[in-house]
Design a protein around this ligand. Structure first.
Ligand code: FA5
Length: 366
């Protein structure tokens, strides 16, 4: 028994002197492990008579409990000192600026699409979509441009070798106007939609790119006239540019799918190399910029789309989204929009957290 007392004293001293968790673990194995001295002492109980065992067991169990308690207390103390050392060495300076976080930015075209959807939603317009790979019939024929129509030449585009379901050609759509046909065929009348999206033409200079964006507008009802068109466009541009002094000029024009047809221009001032929207285009230092085409939907188009022109009429418009983005946010070369240069996007992009809302003003603050 005195052996046990000696071993206990040695072991408790070693536990107390352990400087690391590893050293403490070694002491635990030496005492309480399978071949540790406490375990061996417990094994000797097996060879004793019941009387001897009940006399010896309490002392051995007491030693075991004392050693186990000492190990657990030392473990807590060592862990606490490790934590303290860590806290002392890893100080946090709360006065330092926060590290830069890489947040992506919203492309101006996406931003402007969100802005216009917000404004037109307020005017009661739903958003419609159509395929970018379109068939000849929806892109041209149903819009009153038959195969020999010269207006097709102005929409030179990219054709696919595969035939369309009706035997015609498949092509990259040249405008968003085919969505007019698809929406009228699907929904019938009355109808009030906008259709923003990508369109393609073989065009390339500072104000024309082979891929660009348009938004189509279509209103079909029983008593719609050009006055509604002008009010809708003017109301839209005032909300979009967040200015009351927007002057819109409607110019007679020609589109096969509208009759009468008008192009609409907006007045702007040249300030340095920037064009600032607002004012009358004929005033000093001002000019007009064409933003899109429009008109009353041609009765032949209504017939192609399955509507009776004796009952229904309406207006349609199409405008260049990239153009109005340039005008609102001050870019001067359209080609840079689609170069994919991250520096351009860092400069002109918008915060993804800046959602356009009518109540806060639809415009993003770069
Ligand atoms: C059309 O595409 C007609 N579908 C618009 C329309 C719709 C008229 C409904 C009547 C009724 P246009 O080809 O003019 O029209 O193009 C409309 C606008 O798209 C132009 O005013 C211009 O803002 C923009 N646009 C045209 N070509 C390009 C291009 N290559 N790059 C960038 N923007 C372009």
């Amino acid at each position: 028994m005195s052996d046990l007392t000696d071993q206990k004293a040695v072991s408790l001293a070693a536990i107390d002197g352990a400087e690391t968790l590893d050293a403490l673990e070694a002491e635990r194995v030496a005492a309480l492990g399978k071949k540790g001295w406490v375990s061996l002492a417990l094994k000797t109980l097996g060879g004793m008579s019941p009387e001897e065992r009940s006399a010896a067991a309490p002392a051995i169990q007491a030693v075991r409990a004392e050693v186990a308690d000492a190990i657990s207390a030392k473990k807590d103390a060592l862990e606490a000192s490790v934590l303290e050392a860590q806290l002392a060495s890893e100080t946090i300076d709360l006065t330092l600026p926060a590290p830069d976080q890489q947040v992506g930015s919203v492309h101006p075209v996406s931003q402007v699409m969100d802005e216009l959807a917000e404004i037109f939603a307020d005017l009661g317009f739903a958003v419609a979509t159509g395929p970018e790979i379109e068939d000849d019939w929806h892109n041209f024929t149903a819009l009153n441009m038959d195969e020999s129509h010269p207006a097709r030449a102005m929409h030179d585009t990219f054709y696919f070798p595969d035939a369309a379901p009706d035997g015609g050609q498949m092509l990259l759509r040249t405008h968003t106007s085919p969505v007019q046909i698809r929406s009228m065929k699907e929904q019938g009348a009355p109808i009030r939609i906008i259709a923003p999206g990508r369109v393609y033409r073989s065009d390339s200079d500072a104000t024309h790119t082979p891929m660009f964006h348009q938004v189509e507008g279509l209103v079909i009802d029983r008593d719609i006239h050009l006055g509604h068109l002008k009010w809708t466009l003017e109301t839209f541009f005032k909300a979009f540019f967040e200015r009351e002094d927007i002057e819109l000029r409607l110019r007679p024009s020609y589109f096969p799918f509208t009759e009468p047809s008008v192009e609409f221009d907006v007045g702007y001032a040249n300030e340095g190399d920037r064009r600032v929207v607002g004012g009358h285009g004929d005033d000093d230092g001002h000019d007009w910029m064409e933003l899109g085409g429009s008109g009353m939907v041609n009765p032949r188009v209504l017939e192609f789309a399955g509507l009776d022109p004796a009952e229904w009429q309406g207006f349609a418009f199409g405008l260049g989204i990239d153009r109005i983005a340039m005008l609102k946010y001050g870019m001067n070369d359209l080609r840079a929009f689609f170069d994919g240069d991250p520096r351009w996007l860092a400069h002109y992009g918008f915060s993804p957290f800046d959602q356009p809302t009518l109540s806060a003003g639809v415009g993003a603050r770069p």
